[in-house]
Design a protein around this ligand. Structure first.
Ligand code: DGL
Length: 268
């Protein structure tokens, strides 16, 4: 048993989708979250940069006694998970594997779509993992870089978002995918518009829930689960704009959020 927090990070608010899923599944677990709002987006940055950001944030979370680290960012998972796992002594998990496993369970026609940032799609991490698991699977991938600022901006049901989604998702509709992996933790915030464009013939895979289940198994496996009566608390840190983050976090998580703290990124 271990009541220390789970450390979670993302480039901004996207990782809150994972926080929400974990709070729902394991309310007794405490969470320390870091949203790198000063340096978002990660999706168009080099792997060297993402690896150094990820190592820096992981150290910060470890200083806050995190018992495991969840990389709640597909870009950081694609580009830095291996480096984190090699360098850190604690369990470190990312969002790609749970999303891949969930999609493989859902698909009936073996046509799976993946959307993500330029870096995630460029890394081919999803395509490789899916094809490795099942060589009958046909993967169609598309980078949707504008989805991140739209989600950060809260343009959830804006007509401009619908138009952009129609353009981005055209090929995926033509490819007749029956399953679409939301390969960026920001995208579940745009679920309604993505689902409307893809129609209900396509099942969306939000890796946040799959990630939460995976994290729960990992805690059990390492004997790190919090006590049943532990009152799981949530502590949020960001590298810029704490007030704005607090408003979005409150709305999105549907719970009162105590002070979001700003951390000067060059001091950690
Ligand atoms: N939320 C992040 C992801 O899952 C990336 C968004 C970004 O910083 O570009 O890829």
């Amino acid at each position: 048993m271990n009541n220390n927090p789970i450390g979670i990070f993302d480039s901004g608010l996207g990782g809150l989708t994972v926080v929400k899923a974990i709070r729902r599944l394991m309310p007794n677990e405490s969470i320390t979250y870091f949203g790198d709002t000063a340096r978002v987006p990660y999706g168009n940055k080099s792997s060297e940069l993402i690896q150094s950001y990820s190592l820096q944030i992981a150290d910060f979370l470890i200083n806050y006694d995190s018992k495991i680290i969840i990389v709640a960012c597909n870009t950081a998972t694609a580009l830095a998970l291996k480096v984190l796992q090699d360098k850190l002594t604690m369990p470190v998990v990312g969002v790609v594997k749970p999303g891949v496993e969930a999609a493989l369970k859902i698909t009936k026609n073996n046509k799976i779509g993946v959307i993500g940032t330029l870096s995630t799609i460029g890394s081919d991490v999803y395509k490789n993992e899916l094809e490795l698991a099942n060589d009958a699977v046909k993967v169609t991938s598309r980078a949707c870089p504008l989805f991140v600022p739209l989600a950060e901006e809260g343009w959830i049901d804006n007509p401009a978002t619908k138009l952009i989604a129609e353009e981005y998702l055209k090929e995926l509709r033509q490819a007749n995918v029956d399953t679409l992996i939301l390969g960026c933790t920001h995208y579940p915030l745009l679920t309604d518009v993505i689902q409307a464009v893809m129609t209900d013939k396509t099942k969306l895979v939000d890796s946040a829930h799959a990630m939460a289940v995976n994290a729960s198994d990992l805690l059990v496996e390492h004997n790190l689960s919090a006590g049943r009566n532990n009152n799981g608390h949530l502590k949020l840190f960001v590298s810029d704009f704490p007030a704005r983050f607090e408003t979005v976090a409150k709305r999105f998580l549907g719970e009162e959020i105590a002070n979001v703290e700003k951390i000067q990124i060059d001091t950690i």
